[in-house]
Design a protein around this ligand. Sequence first.
Ligand code: PGA
Length: 254
Amino acid sequence: MSAPRTPVLAGNWKMNLGPTEASRFFDDFLAAHPARADATVLFFPPAVSLAAARAALRDRADVRLGVQNVYWEAGGAFTGELSVPMAADAGAEYVLVGHSERRHVFGETVPQTVRKVRAVLDGGLVPVLCVGETLDERRAGRAEAVVDGQLIPVLGTLTQDEAARLLVAYEPVWAIGTGETASPADADAMHRAVRARLASAYGAEAARAIPVLYGGSVKPENARELLAQPEVDGVLVGGASMDPRGFARICAAG
Ligand code: PGA
């Protein structure tokens, strides 16, 4: 049976493109990317660029916005942090949780990702849980075990209804920003393992409906082949999402 999923084409700008650059980006991107109803196109700008992004997208409700990180408290004395209600108020619908840079540069732990996913769901936004192994872990034959270790604690805390709102992004750490991409077949195999894990938590039918995105050096040149894999439901693109015409080509490949 084919999966009831439409492609998700997501750009993660990381700590790039402030408000002025974000406006300029969308001028060029929207000119190159006609609206389409059969895919979800979304961007994770830095939070300070959300207002500019929202203004640029006022006539293009087909392009959605998210934030790259949140804290689990709704407000208070947490200098430098961003809450789910604030992100929602600023126009975000999606939240990246556990991106590899959060885990590996900022030391974010699995229990913290569990709390963040909980806060995102309770706040009515959509969590995009990022998982992935390092090169050493892959070489040691532990890729699936590592991804399981990131996935299972979160899956165990969600109701069936909440699971239906989840997205997962498989991003092998060794492929992020390195120019190395998992081969389409390797990506598909890991996606199959993620899907199996989702199925053991929620049943096969529910698992089939949860989008699993691939991330790690996705470019206009390799997007089509990755997106053609049966278990790859979309892409989470870092570097190449900052080139408006290039990202429009990636969107056209989905
Ligand atoms: P990259 O980043 O496309 O630059 O490899 C992907 C990501 O970190 O989401």
